[in-house]
Design a protein around this ligand. Structure first.
Ligand code: UD1
Length: 339
């Protein structure tokens, strides 16, 4: 069965391609390589023994998207990762984000609407909850006003899919609301490759551990948490990738009664920034150079998932601990810097 993975050369996309191939799916990747390297294909091949078909396409080019679906009429499902994801950049360039993240979503849904039956998985984010009133966060928690155009594209993306599913009988969709992905494939053939200075905590920590960054700034230790630093739900990227496969299988087997569903994908466990640093120090045996600085604008205090719905409905649970995820992130960082 043929599945299109857009953004399949990216961090979460590439790990999902691996899990799809492990389950016997035939994968076609579209990526514009704006934030990823074609060498990722070699990593995928090294793990699975099979190189997926790859087409370099900018999904903003509607005629190219149409032509792609004409060439690949047998595509039965799409996992749509391709999107821009830098929160700060989205504030500077909102139209780029609306075009990249929503224009391309519309084009793909238009193509899938032409089919008798199609399955669609969307990369959403826990960012849609903002600072939720209750922890852990359930899928019923209200969606709060977005802090950035990036966050808005996730909220609006979900609405576009929900509206389209309402009037498109053959279209089945799931939005996965990711918490904080981290880590790398245990083979260290693929992992996270942020371009420039990492914005996210874990790659910043591992790069600091390698001496590429001098010091980690911990954004605030005066939050109302046990140690004063913010709490997040860090999920191993391989666990997250597997959630996509089970979600896709649910759609393909038409086990869903509603044709649009939303799931949290996290571990259910919150960790503070200092706990993440301690995890790094445990698995690496290195002391991390960090200092406490002012809060970062827009940060929320705490976000971790209630995973009951994904556990019960998808039969999926995150397996890896923070230390296991951190070890994979560290192993990957060491490998990348040596090569
Ligand atoms: C960020 C985005 C979120 C996006 C997610 C994707 C913001 C405000 N939010 O989430 O919309 O979906 O990435 O992965 O950018 N931290 C430090 N020092 C650093 C970096 C981070 O102390 O150098 C802290 C942050 O304050 C936060 C935690 O580490 O408490 C995690 O930060 P980060 O990795 O950027 O993720 P989020 O802010 O949760």
């Amino acid at each position: 069965m043929k599945i299109l993975v857009t953004g399949g050369l990216g961090f979460i996309g590439s790990h999902t391609v691996v899990e799809l191939q492990h389950e016997g799916f035939e994968v076609v990747i579209i990526d514009d390589c704006s934030n990823a390297d074609v060498k990722v294909l070699e990593g995928i091949k090294a793990i699975t023994g099979k190189q997926p078909v790859f087409e370099k396409i900018d999904l903003r080019n509607k005629p190219m998207v149409e032509a792609f679906f004409v060439r690949h009429q047998d595509i039965e499902g799409v996992i749509h990762f391709a999107a821009s994801k830098a929160v700060g950049e989205s504030v500077e360039k909102p139209l780029l984000y609306y075009e990249n993240n929503l224009g391309t979503l519309v084009y793909i849904l238009q193509e899938l609407s032409k089919k008798e039956r199609a399955s669609f998985i969307f990369s959403s984010s826990c960012t849609v909850y903002g600072q939720a009133d209750e922890m852990p966060i359930t899928e019923d928690a209200p969606v709060k006003a977005a802090e950035s155009p990036y966050g808005n594209t996730k909220q609006m993306g979900e609405e576009i899919i929900a509206d389209t599913c309402k009037v498109t009988q053959g279209l089945n969709a799931i939005a996965l609301r990711y918490f904080n992905p981290m880590g790398a494939h245990p083979s260290v053939e693929i992992g996270e490759l942020p371009i420039g200075v990492p914005q996210n905590l874990v790659p910043f920590i591992t790069q600091t551990g390698m001496g590429i960054r001098e010091q980690l700034s911990v954004f605030g230790d005066d939050y109302p948490t046990a140690d004063g630093t913010c709490i997040r739900d860090y999920i191993h990227v391989v666990d997250l990738a597997k959630a996509h496969v089970v979600a896709l299988q649910r759609l393909l087997n038409a086990k869903n009664e509603e044709n649009y569903e939303v799931f949290n994908v996290g571990t259910g466990k919150g960790s503070s920034v200092l706990e993440v640093i301690q995890s790094f120090e445990r698995v690496s045996g290195e002391k991390l150079n960090y200092k406490i600085v002012d809060r970062r604008a827009g940060d929320i205090v705490s976000a971790y998932a209630n995973t009951k719905k994904a556990n019960e409905v998808l039969g999926w649970t995150a397996k890896s601990t923070l230390d296991e995820a951190m070890k994979s992130a560290w192993d990957w960082e060491k490998k990348v810097r040596k090569s």
